[in-house]
Ligand binder design. Structure first.
Ligand SMILES: O=C(O)CCC(=O)C(=O)O
Length: 284
C-alpha cells in the first residue's frame, strides 16, 4: 500500500475581515483540489481568519466547533472529501480565549482540537534584529494537552508556532508514534530569519520525522509582519520545499517510507540512554 500523502500548504494573505479571509481560504483550497485531484490534506496558517494581534483576539473569538469559521472548514472538508488542518483561530470558551487549531476529517467531523500550549511571550530589544514585543499570555489561556490526529496511515502531531521551540513536546509526539509534525505558525520578521528554519530542522533531526510549518503571507503594512517561508522539512532534516514571502501555495507529496529509512540508518532512538537521563532527571 502506498505510504504517501499529498498535502497543500496555503500561505495566505490575511486582511481585517474574517468572513472574507475564510472565503478566500476556502476558494483557494477548492482550486487546489481541482488542479491536484490527489490532494488529501490542506494546511492553513496560524491566525488565518484574522490579523494576528491582541486588539483582534476578543473581537474575532468564536466557539469550537459551533462558530462560523469552524462550520466553513467542516463543510469544506466534507465537500472536497479531504482532511484540513485549520491553521489557528481564537477560540472562546466561557470567559477564556485560546489560540486553537482545529482538524477536520473528510466527512466534516472535528477530529482534533489543539490549544496552543506554549504562549508567545517575548521581548527582544529593537537593537537586536529589529526587536519584537508580544505577550500572548496577557490575553490568552494556554492549552494543556498534546494533540495527535490519525490521517490515512499516519499519526500527526499538532503544535502552534511557539510550540515549535519546545523539543519536549516534539519528543512526546515521536514517543506517541508520529511521523509528521505540523505547526501552523506566524513568526515575525525579527526571529524568523534567525530561528524559523533552524528550529524546524532541529525538530526533524531529533525526532526523525517530517516537520511542516504554514505561515501567513508577509504584509509589510500590518502591525505584526509575518515571516512567510512556509516549509516542508524531511526526516533527513533537509528543506524539501519552501515558500517565499508572499501569498503562495505549495503542493507536495510526502513519502513516509523516508521516515523508516532514516530511523533504520541513523538509529539514535534505540541508542538513547534513558537509564542515565532518568537518574539525572534532566527534563525537570
Ligand atoms: O517563538 C517565536 O519566536 C515566535 C512565536 C510566535 O510568533 C507565535 O507563537 O505566534
Amino acid at each position: 500500500m502506498p505510504n504517501k500523502l499529498t498535502i497543500a500548504l496555503l500561505q495566505l494573505s490575511v486582511g481585517r475581515e474574517v468572513a472574507l479571509n475564510v472565503r478566500r481560504a476556502a476558494d483557494s483550497v477548492r482550486k487546489l483540489k481541482v488542479d491536484n485531484p490527489r490532494l488529501q490534506l490542506a494546511i492553513l496558517p496560524e491566525s488565518f481568519n484574522a490579523p494576528y494581534g491582541q486588539e483582534y483576539f476578543p473581537k474575532v473569538a468564536e466557539e469550537v466547533p459551533k462558530g462560523p469559521t469552524c462550520q466553513s472548514l467542516s463543510q469544506l472538508a466534507s465537500e472536497l472529501s479531504i482532511y484540513i488542518i485549520g491553521g489557528s483561530i481564537v477560540e472562546r470558551e466561557g470567559d477564556k480565549l485560546y489560540n486553537t487549531c482545529t482538524v477536520w476529517g473528510p466527512d466534516g467531523a472535528l477530529i482534533g482540537r489543539h490549544r496552543k500550549i506554549h504562549l508567545f511571550t517575548m521581548s527582544i530589544e529593537p537593537a537586536n534584529f529589529g526587536g519584537v514585543e508580544f505577550d500572548e499570555a496577557a490575553f490568552l489561556s494556554a492549552g494543556s494537552e498534546p494533540t495527535v490526529v490519525q490521517i490515512g496511515q499516519q499519526k500527526i502531531g499538532i503544535g502552534i508556532c511557539h510550540d515549535k521551540r519546545f523539543e519536549e513536546l516534539a519528543r512526546i509526539y515521536r514517543n506517541m508514534g508520529c511521523t509528521m509534525l505540523v505547526y501552523p505558525s506566524a513568526f515575525c520578521i525579527c526571529q524568523g530569519p534567525m530561528h524559523w528554519e533552524l528550529l524546524q530542522r532541529a525538530r526533524a533531526t531529533d525526532n526523525q520525522l517530517f516537520v511542516v510549518t504554514c505561515s501567513p503571507a508577509r504584509d509589510n503594512m500590518s502591525g505584526y509582519v509575518a515571516y512567510g517561508h512556509s516549509m516542508v522539512v524531511n526526516p533527513w532534516a533537509q528543506v524539501q520545499r519552501e515558500a517565499g514571502e508572499g501569498c503562495e501555495f505549495i503542493v507536495e507529496e510526502i513519502d513516509f517510507d523516508v521516515v523508516d529509512q532514516v530511523r533504520r540508518q541513523i538509529p539514535i532512538y534505540k541508542q538513547r540512554r534513558t537509564d542515565v537521563y532518568a537518574k539525572a532527571r534532566f527534563d525537570l
